[in-house]
Design a binder for this molecule. Structure first.
Ligand code: GRF
Length: 202
């Protein structure tokens, strides 16, 4: 079983997609959910599944990334999944879990990524560019926003959409399939980093 920690900041629909995935049922276990707030709706999903939640940050009531590293190592976490987590992961935490942190981004990287490109900002930028396709990307996390190697992407036709909200809706439904798919491939040992490229075995 692959031991997962899922990092969230909001409603947690990707967390739910992972927890509800029939394909992942016997492959993974979510041992911790981590947020950058003291409360967000995703915590309710975690609690319904009896998964412990942690709030990481600098203020009172939060634990530091250093303490979190110790906790996740105690849990023997194999994979950290950023599912709508908005804070930048500190360099030493990335180094501690090199190639063990993945992120889902709601656009086709390397376009529409980077600092400030999260949530509706991404879909507004896609809308204003008049791009005819958008999609979702899952990538390894490195020290900067959205620049790690891409593991898998799916695209969706948006040539007929009328608003950024419609793009968000279409992309989200893709995310809910793409994230469990990538986690399944990692759990099955089918994701390789070779010659600076990611290869996913079918
Ligand atoms: C998703 O679009 C994810 O890609 C992103 O923020 C959104 C989070 O949605 N960066 P949810 O919290 O998983 O519902």
């Amino acid at each position: 079983m692959l031991a997962l920690a899922v990092f969230v900041s909001g409603r947690g629909s990707n967390l739910r997609a992972v927890l509800d995935s029939p394909a992942l049922k016997n492959l993974i276990r979510v041992n911790a959910v981590v947020g950058d707030k003291l409360y967000c709706p995703a915590f309710d999903i975690a609690k319904n599944f009896s998964i412990p939640v942690y709030s990481v940050g600098k203020k009172d009531g939060f634990i530091s990334f250093d303490d979190l590293e110790v906790i996740l190592k105690d849990f023997k976490i194999d994979l950290i999944v950023l599912a709508g987590f908005l804070k930048l992961i500190p360099d030493n935490f990335v180094r501690a879990f090199r190639n063990k942190i993945i992120n889902i981004h709601p656009a086709l990287l390397p376009s529409f990524g980077g600092s400030g490109m999260y949530g509706m900002n991404v879909h507004k930028a896609v809308f204003e560019s008049s791009a005819q396709v958008s999609g979702a990307s899952v990538h390894f996390v490195d020290e900067t926003y959205d620049t790690g190697r891409i593991i898998a992407q799916r695209c969706v036709d948006i040539s007929d959409i009328k608003s950024p909200e419609e793009i968000a809706e279409r992309v989200l439904s893709i995310e809910h399939h793409l994230l469990p798919y990538v986690i399944e491939k990692i759990a099955l040992g089918k994701v390789f980093v070779e010659n600076n490229r990611v290869r996913v075995e079918t």
